[in-house]
Design a protein around this ligand. Structure first.
Ligand SMILES: Nc1ncnc2c1ncn2[C@@H]1O[C@H](COP(=O)(O)OP(=O)(O)O)[C@@H](O)[C@H]1O
Ligand SMILES: [Mg+2]
Length: 260
């Protein structure tokens, strides 16, 4: 895969995170370059989701530093991360099940809405003009993700694979710089995985997005990623381009060899 630059968008240095006595992450360092697809893999409980939660400010590590766009941060809250261009999807889909596809994707625009809900409710004057622009962005994303046929369907009524796609749509609606995807293909069939892979690559190549991707399907990971970080029991055991990681005996033992 090409498209990545040398600029470091996110730098994680010596991060450790524990919950009471449980060490979720131990002294992990890695970076994400602008424009790359950066996979994070490892067995269940390796600390992958925790790492995304550290990056988007949901968890605060006891040790280490996070530098995003050249600014080192002590503490950041999730909404601040969102304002600075970090968007994410969740391991378990987190959408408003009773709302339509379009309305769920519109919620991704809320941080960008200048007029408050009062004005939005009046659907009048400047608020109306702004809403029309937000809708245009969302319709374009719906087009991009090929989900026109379900734009008016409540997401609770959709099969799981499509819900994952809507969740990606909501994240894209934020027009983020850094997109954090936690197992976006879990529970999908082959065709759905191929579609999702294509959208992720296009988000990178056409929309200039930088992506951190947690994924269990090794074939997908090796196909899509520029570089792969491998965690085991909260520690970094490998970090390199796919071909090198694939051949690393530590990785084969810890992860690829599972079940052998
Ligand atoms: N909120 C939490 N409270 C307590 N323990 C947690 C919490 N989140 C994660 N953990 C623990 O941290 C470790 C890493 O979990 P997680 O980051 O979810 O791993 P992965 O996503 O790689 O499966 C596990 O042992 C998990 O039980
Ligand atoms: Mg996880």
């Amino acid at each position: 895969m090409t498209g990545a630059s040398d600029e470091i968008l996110l730098d994680v240095e010596n991060v450790s995170l524990s919950f009471g006595g449980v060490r979720a992450i131990t002294d992990v360092s890695f970076d994400i370059r602008r424009g790359e697809i950066r996979a994070i893999i490892g067995p269940n409980g390796a600390g992958k989701t925790s790492m995304l939660n550290v990056i988007n400010g949901f968890y605060h590590p006891q040790e280490g530093r996070i530098t995003y766009r050249g600014r080192t941060r002590a503490r950041m809250k999730p909404h601040e991360a969102a304002r600075q261009g970090v968007a994410r999807t969740f391991q378990n889909v987190a959408l408003f099940k009773g709302m339509t596809t379009l309305d769920n994707i519109m919620t991704g625009r809320s941080l960008r809405m200048k007029r408050g809900l009062f004005w939005q409710a009046l659907r009048h004057g400047p608020a109306l003009a702004e809403e029309i622009e937000h809708r245009r962005v969302c319709e374009e994303i719906i087009d991009f993700l090929e989900i026109e046929h379900i734009r008016r369907t409540p997401v609770g009524a959709l099969p799981y694979g499509l819900q994952k796609r809507v969740e990606l749509g909501r994240a894209l609606a934020m027009e983020p710089e850094l997109l954090l995807l936690d197992e976006p293909m879990a529970g999908m069939n082959l065709e759905e995985k191929e579609d999702m892979s294509r959208f992720i690559v296009e988000a990178k190549l056409q929309r200039g997005m930088t992506v951190a991707l947690i994924e269990h399907d090794i074939g997908v990971v090796m196909d899509l990623s520029d570089r792969v970080l491998v965690l085991e029991y909260g520690r970094r055991i490998a970090d390199d381009v796919p071909d090198v990681v694939k051949a690393d005996p530590k990785v084969i033992d810890a992860y690829l060899g599972v079940g052998h």
